[in-house]
Design a protein around this ligand. Structure first.
Ligand SMILES: NC(=O)c1ccc[n+]([C@@H]2O[C@H](COP(=O)([O-])OP(=O)(O)OC[C@H]3O[C@@H](n4cnc5c(N)ncnc54)[C@H](O)[C@@H]3O)[C@@H](O)[C@H]2O)c1
Length: 359
């Protein structure tokens, strides 16, 4: 059995613990949560009580007891946990963003590259975006001409995401762009490839220093196409988090308003095809209240894939997505911040990304 340790037992740590427990209880993986650690001992204790394992007294003590580590602290805590686990040769699942600054992201990526690893850019596992990626890569509707991705969420220091660190630049690294839309940047780069340049404007309307709550980013491509991303944190508490993607190709418009199952709509001169995404069939074996079913299936699928890879290939296991993709997304975010600080001047992407880590 693969012994799992969880570092950081807040919101997403609890979601992962729940998904890992469901996978183990349904005999879908031969792996189980055996140890939890959080700077707030009560949180480590609560997750262990509900989802398995025992609270560890320290990070070192947790690392002594496990075969793989799930890093789910707030963003500023990722690097130390990643480096400590990598120093012991332990496989790592790390939540996004890798770290608050690009320099720390490079260090985190370098440490991850030393061991089997996977990054929690979970939209890579959304059936709706996989369907879009497959269609765009096939070229059957021609070239992408222009794309938009709008992402909005209520300012996440309240409600479901009630955690004050998202208003603190030292712990979060920035606002809506790095904390939430790192997912979007990764999806756009996956669908459309590396941009030639990045330009952006950001705004800080709610007064948290260094925490932009509105960002408009433009990615320009060598072939003349463009993608724009609008990312906003608002105060409409009935809008938890939503995304809308539109990709205009020569011969079709692809769009969706849901970031997990879709549907994906494909409009051509012949009408509109509706492509429904499906959760993995094995998720039917979960014993999860209906209200959590989709979210747990969404997080369980990448976790199962990583654990399956570890079971099959051990130290040679490769998780998806990995550090190179995550670092490339961070590079785009970093260039967007640089551009915004310089009045929106475009910043070139390729010449600055390390050839070694380019995926
Ligand atoms: N992939 C996703 O969909 C997704 C969703 C939500 C959050 N996240 C990411 O997960 C991370 C955690 O977010 P959250 O919403 O769970 O925050 P949270 O505040 O609910 O939980 C963070 C926990 O980390 C603990 N912690 C902080 N530093 C620590 C350290 N050095 N050692 C041990 N514990 C430490 C805190 O005490 C807290 O319990 C963030 O980086 C966030 O961006 C990812």
């Amino acid at each position: 059995m693969i012994r799992i340790g969880l570092v950081g037992c807040g919101h997403i740590g609890t979601v992962h613990a729940y998904a890992l427990q469901q996978l183990a209880d349904a005999d879908l993986v031969d792996a189980r949560l055996v140890a939890t650690f959080d700077d707030d001992a009560q949180r480590a204790d609560r997750v262990a009580r509900h989802h398995g394992g025992r609270p560890a007294a320290s990070l070192d003590s947790l690392l002594d007891q496990v075969d793989v580590v799930w890093v789910c602290t707030w963003t500023a805590g990722h690097l130390a946990a990643i480096e400590a686990a990598a120093d012991r040769g332990l496989p790592i699942f790390s939540e996004k963003p890798l770290a608050p600054t690009y320099a720390e992201c490079e260090r985190a990526a370098a440490a991850l590259e030393r061991v089997p690893h996977q990054v929690g850019l979970v939209l890579r596992w959304s059936p709706v975006f996989r369907n879009a990626a497959e269609i765009i890569a096939s070229g059957r509707y021609g070239r992408p001409l222009a794309s938009t991705l709008r992402d909005d969420q209520y300012f996440p220091i309240q409600g479901l995401y009630g955690s004050t660190w998202r208003g603190d630049v030292a712990r979060a690294g920035g606002g809506t762009l790095i904390e939430h839309s790192i997912h979007d940047v990764d999806v756009v780069r996956w669908l459309l490839g590396d941009p030639a340049s990045v330009s952006a404007r950001t705004a800080c309307r709610f007064g948290y220093a260094g925490i932009e709550d509105a960002a408009a980013v433009t990615l320009a491509y060598d072939d003349g196409s463009v993608a724009t991303m609008t990312s906003v944190w608002h105060q409409v508490l009935s809008r938890e988090s939503s995304r809308r993607l539109e990709v205009f190709c020569d011969d079709a418009l692809l769009w969706t308003e849901d970031d997990y199952l879709g549907p994906l709509y494909v409009q051509t001169s012949n009408g509109t095809e509706v492509i429904d995404g499906q959760p993995p069939e094995w998720a039917q074996r979960f014993t999860v209240p209906e209200v959590f079913a989709k979210a747990i299936a969404h997080y369980a699928e990448p976790s199962k894939a990583f654990l399956d890879a570890l079971a099959a290939s051990g130290a040679a296991a490769v998780g998806h997505p990995g550090a190179a993709d995550a670092l490339a997304a961070h590079r785009i975010v970093d260039l967007a911040y640089t551009s915004a600080a310089n009045g929106g001047i475009p910043a070139p992407f390729r010449e600055q990304i390390s050839g070694e880590l380019r995926s």
